[in-house]
Design a protein around this ligand. Structure first.
Ligand code: AOF
Ligand code: ZN
Length: 369
């Protein structure tokens, strides 16, 4: 068992805080932070900003300059050993003369996974792993799920009333939760690789599914599940070219796909229909992983919410609840058959609860996640 000092904890905490600064922009890359310290003095800080740009360690080394010699580097993820869009960070740390490296967790990316640590070891660098691993995993729920489970991390957002209704019977839904809750949803979108919804929601609400209440370096991909390819170019998700849109369908008809050819931000993925003529969700996840989609925010209606839950795809639910009663004829958030077993045990763990304006936000996680 490694033992870490108070200073080690303090500097790794700073590295975690630095990594969070990349939370809206690193996708599909992980969020990574790095602190370089000599004794009690931080001499370099860095984090990964965006795919294609320098990794956290390289940014921190740049700041440290010659002070990196004999220093300790604290990194929230194992330094990489491969030459991808940038050079190997393990090599950069060695060349700068870093004497000790503390990492929070190994990088599960098969291009790295242990090779970065080995490279450092072989160069005689003192390497210690396992400080604040859980916190480091929280940084990269999507990236880790993609690498470790070949499935995106699926976060389901529900905004409902006290009686768990998401819209009036006429479909009106916009003003159930408060402005504070709606702002919060914007940050959830911004930190996701993709926002997922169903064609019924597109037809009913014509949403933009983008981040617009603040400026970000990238927009999440919009994923529209549309088994019968009912979408037309008239909808916002096609007209607005600022976010990529991925339509998932079972219809192979080339003429129907050709309608979207004038829109380079739109791609159509075709999957074989399952026995009900629908998209088989469990087969969709590896396809999305192939497209580097790690963290998905699902914002859908009762039918798709229920299908996602029934297929055990949901890893986390963020439930915004407003103290309003919409009445029994309003639309339900979830519609599933009665479940006797729910009386005995829950598959869900509460991880957070807070007030947002006049609403509350409850975060629960599926126990297998
Ligand atoms: C690090 N530090 O800051 C990041 C790492 O395409 P590339 O070259 O940017 O490589 C991306 C991979 O590198 C990514 O999948 C992950 O395994 C690792 N990311 N590694 O040492 C960093 N962002
Ligand atoms: Zn790297």
């Amino acid at each position: 068992m490694m033992s870490f000092s108070e200073l080690d904890r303090k500097f790794m905490q700073t590295a975690l805080d630095l990594a969070w600064q990349g939370r809206f922009s690193t996708s599909p890359n992980p969020r990574v932070g790095c602190v370089i310290a000599r004794g009690e003095q931080i001499v370099g800080e860095g984090f990964h900003v965006q795919t294609g740009l320098a990794h956290a360690e390289v940014n921190a080394l740049k700041q440290a300059g010659s002070l990196a010699l004999d220093a300790t580097a604290y990194v929230t993820l194992e330094p990489c050993s491969h030459t991808g869009k940038t050079g190997p960070c393990a090599q950069a740390l060695i060349e700068a003369g870093i004497k000790r490296v503390v990492v929070a967790m190994p990088d599960p990316n098969p291009q790295v996974s242990g090779k970065g640590i080995k490279m450092l070891e072989q160069a005689g660098v003192n390497i210690e792993s396992g400080l604040f691993t859980l916190q480091a995993r929280e940084l990269n729920l999507g990236f880790l799920s993609r690498q470790e489970r070949n499935k995106p991390y699926i976060r389901l957002k529900i905004a409902a009333s006290l009686d768990s209704k998401t819209a009036l019977s006429n479909g009106q839904s916009q003003w159930i939760t408060s402005n504070a809750a709606r702002n919060d949803v914007q940050t959830l979108r911004a930190e996701s690789c993709a926002v997922l919804t169903g064609i019924n929601t597109v037809i009913a609400d014509d949403p933009l599914l983008n981040v617009r209440r603040f400026t970000t370096l990238r927009q999440p991909v919009r994923i529209i599940l549309d088994s019968q390819l009912r979408i037309t170019p008239a909808f916002h998700v096609i007209q607005d070219t600022n976010s990529p849109t991925l339509i998932v369908t079972t219809i192979r008809d080339k003429a129907k796909h050709a309608v979207f050819a004038p829109y380079p931000h739109v791609s159509v993925v075709t999957m074989p229909p399952n026995q009900h003529g629908q998209i088989e969700l469990s087969e969709l996840w590896p396809i999305l992983v192939q497209r580097n989609i790690g963290l998905i925010l699902a914002e859908t209606g009762a039918t798709l919410n229920s299908a996602l839950l029934a297929s055990q795809a949901v890893d986390e639910i963020i439930y915004y609840q407003a103290p309003k009663i919409l009445g029994s004829s309003a639309r339900n958030a979830i519609e599933l058959p009665e479940n006797q077993e729910a009386l005995n045990e829950s598959e869900w763990q509460s991880v957070d609860l807070r007030l947002l304006g006049n609403d509350c936000r409850w975060t629960i996680r599926h126990e297998q996640s």
